[in-house]
Structure formats: structure tokens, C-alpha cells
Design a protein around this ligand. Structure first.
Ligand code: TXA
Ligand code: MG
Length: 313
């Protein structure tokens, strides 16, 4: 049962407690409703992908209450300081160099060295972020491939029974996702949205070329090369090659060096995936093998990631 919470202190305390427990809470922002989870928790972030039925681990936007909290996660240069002080809180997301000590789940950034950060203006979002006291990962609160929700009822239509709660804060005023501005290297418009590009160009004093969205690479394989481990990767392996590092899934993988989930739990497997690949790469000589992962639910996103890791290069 998905709880419907009121946007008062009682509701926000309950929502913050759920987030602390690693559960998912949808909440209003001025753009659209977000599906929030603790951005430091691998399990909470894996649950976000599961609840949305996302077939891929795209990097998510991390929500914080103010620029001070944002500075703890990313490196701010002069341009970032300027646009942040002009447009935060508001419908603007900045992609900035990730701080090594940020403490975010590898699933949130999809292992990129940059992070997308947003300071929403909606008073309920602000109240929740302050009550929780940590960074909240939040894509739009709709099943993958469906329209973004601008009311608690829309969230319920798509996700009721799949998430712990929704905080009902009325209709979102902007109704369109945040503008995403990339500030790693040359400034780029990564996604048009609530703040017009012209307004950002004026603030930055440079024209904004439209950049490639890493979640939708212009050339297939662009993402794969970033994600690829050093060792070769073979998938769907039930009988491992001697000398290979075998990543198991489920109980029938005696002899596996690592196991994504001994209980065959796809949420746990997703939460462990990036760490397991790194660890396997660290201990492997030249070959990593992975047990078959069921291709449903979160298994689809896991298999998408694994296929990129195994792609010829
Ligand atoms: O208005 C919004 O931005 C809403 C509300 C809930 O805040 N959130 C939202 O999140 O639209 P989502 O997950 O649907 O969009 C995330 C976008 C994706 O297109 C992703 O590629 C991009 O942000 N993104 C995240 N991290 C990135 C990074 N490090 N570099 C480039 N793009 C990134
Ligand atoms: Mg969306």
C-alpha cells in the first residue's frame, strides 16, 4: 500500500523516516513530481529503477536543499557559482565534476565522474530535503516511458503499490522537467526545460551548444567504452572457465568469486552490480564471466549494463 502523506510537519517527518529506511517517497517539485530515494544508498537507488521499470541505469538527478549541500557533492567553478546563485532554488539542474568524497551510490551517477544536481524551489520539496538531511536521488515519478506526473494522483496512477509513499503537494507549477546545463568543460545544454536556454546564455555570456546526453548517446557504444572493465567479459555462463573470475547470481553458483545476490533478488543484484564489476576487474587476470540474470524487471537494466561491459572493444 502506498501511503498518501500530507505536506505538513507530520507528513514530512514520516516521509523522511521512510527515506532513511531506504524506502521510496514521491514528492512534489515545481517542475514535476520526483520519485525520491536516499542517493547514498545502493539499495534505495536500485529500488528507484525497479519501481520505474527502467530498462537502463541512466544517471539520476540528486536533489539538495541549498548550494552549500551541493558544494559538498561537486566542484563548483565560477560559472557554476554564477548560475547557481542566479537560478537556485529553481528548475535548473547542473552537471558538475563529482567530488571523490561525495559518498553517492555508484548507481546514481552510473559511474560517471560527473553528477547532476538540483536545488528545487517547491516548499514541500525543500521541507522534505531538510527533514531528511541528505541528498535525494529523484527521476520523474512515473513508470518508464510514460508521461511525467504533475499531481499526486498521477503518481498514484502509475506507481501505487510500488513505492512507500507520495507527499501530496498539489499541482506542479512548471509542469516540465528542469533544464540541464552541463558545466564539465565547455558549457552545454543537455536538456531543455523549465529555464529557457537564452536566459542561461545571457547569465553565462556564451552561446550554449546542445550537448550529447550520456543517457542517449549519439553513437552506439559511446557509453559502453566508459563503462567497460579492463578484462574481457562473457555473459550467461553456468560453467565457468578455469582461471576466470565468475560473478554468480542465485544459489547454484558454488565457486563464484562474487555473487550479485545469493537469494536471486534483482534489487540486491542491481545494488551490487557496479561494485562487483569493479572488484572482479581488480582480481581478474583477463576474463570475467557472469552467471545468467533473468531478463525481467530490474534484470533488464542489469543485462543492458552487462551487455555494454561485454561489448567488443
Ligand atoms: O525536473 C526534473 O529535473 C525532475 C524533477 C523530479 O527534479 N527530474 C528528472 O530526472 O527529470 P530524470 O532522472 O528523469 O532526468 C535525469 C536526466 C537524464 O536525462 C540524465 O541523462 C541526466 O539527467 N543526467 C544525470 N546525470 C548526468 C550526468 N552526470 N551527465 C549528464 N547528464 C546527466
Ligand atoms: Mg523522466
Amino acid at each position: 500500500m502506498t501511503e498518501r502523506l500530507s505536506p505538513d510537519a507530520t507528513g514530512l517527518d514520516r516521509a523522511a523516516a521512510l527515506l532513511r529506511a531506504g524506502d521510496l517517497v514521491a514528492f512534489p517539485t515545481e517542475t514535476v513530481y520526483g520519485l525520491g530515494g536516499d542517493a547514498r544508498s545502493d539499495i534505495a537507488v536500485a529500488r528507484i529503477f525497479e519501481a520505474k521499470g527502467r530498462p537502463r541505469f541512466n544517471p539520476l538527478i540528486v536533489h539538495v536543499p541549498d548550494i552549500a549541500a551541493a558544494r559538498a557533492l561537486a566542484h563548483f567553478d565560477d560559472r557554476a557559482e554564477r548560475v547557481a546563485s542566479a537560478f537556485w532554488p529553481g528548475p535548473l539542474t547542473l552537471v558538475l565534476p563529482l567530488r571523490a568524497e561525495a559518498g553517492l551510490s555508484a548507481l546514481v551517477t552510473a559511474e560517471l565522474t560527473s553528477v547532476a544536481i538540483r536545488v528545487p524551489a517547491h516548499p514541500v520539496a525543500q521541507g522534505l530535503l531538510r527533514a531528511f538531511g541528505g541528498p535525494v536521488a529523484a527521476p520523474s515519478a512515473n513508470p518508464s516511458g510514460r508521461v511525467s506526473p504533475t499531481r499526486a494522483d498521477h503518481v498514484m496512477e502509475g506507481l501505487s503499490g510500488r513505492i512507500a509513499a507520495v507527499v501530496d503537494g498539489g499541482a506542479s507549477a512548471v509542469g516540465l522537467e528542469s533544464t540541464i546545463l552541463g558545466l564539465v568543460g565547455a558549457a552545454q545544454l543537455l536538456r531543455p526545460g523549465g529555464i529557457p536556454a537564452e536566459v542561461l546564455e545571457e547569465c553565462l555570456g556564451v552561446p550554449l551548444p546542445t550537448g550529447a546526453d550520456p543517457a542517449r548517446p549519439v553513437a552506439p557504444g559511446q557509453l559502453a567504452s566508459h563503462y567497460a572493465p579492463g578484462a574481457a567479459v562473457r555473459l550467461g555462463v553456468t560453467t565457468p572457465t578455469p582461471g576466470a573470475v565468475w560473478i554468480g547470481f542465485g544459489r547454484d553458483c558454488a565457486g563464484a568469486a562474487l555473487n550479485l545476490s545469493e537469494t536471486a533478488d534483482l534489487v540486491e543484484a542491481a545494488a551490487n552490480l557496479f561494485h562487483a564489476l569493479r572488484e572482479a576487474d581488480r582480481i581478474a587476470n583477463d576474463l570475467i564471466e557472469v552467471a545468467p540474470i533473468p531478463d525481467h524487471g530490474l534484470g533488464r537494466a542489469i543485462n543492458d549494463r552487462l551487455r555494454r561491459a561485454a561489448a567488443p572493444r
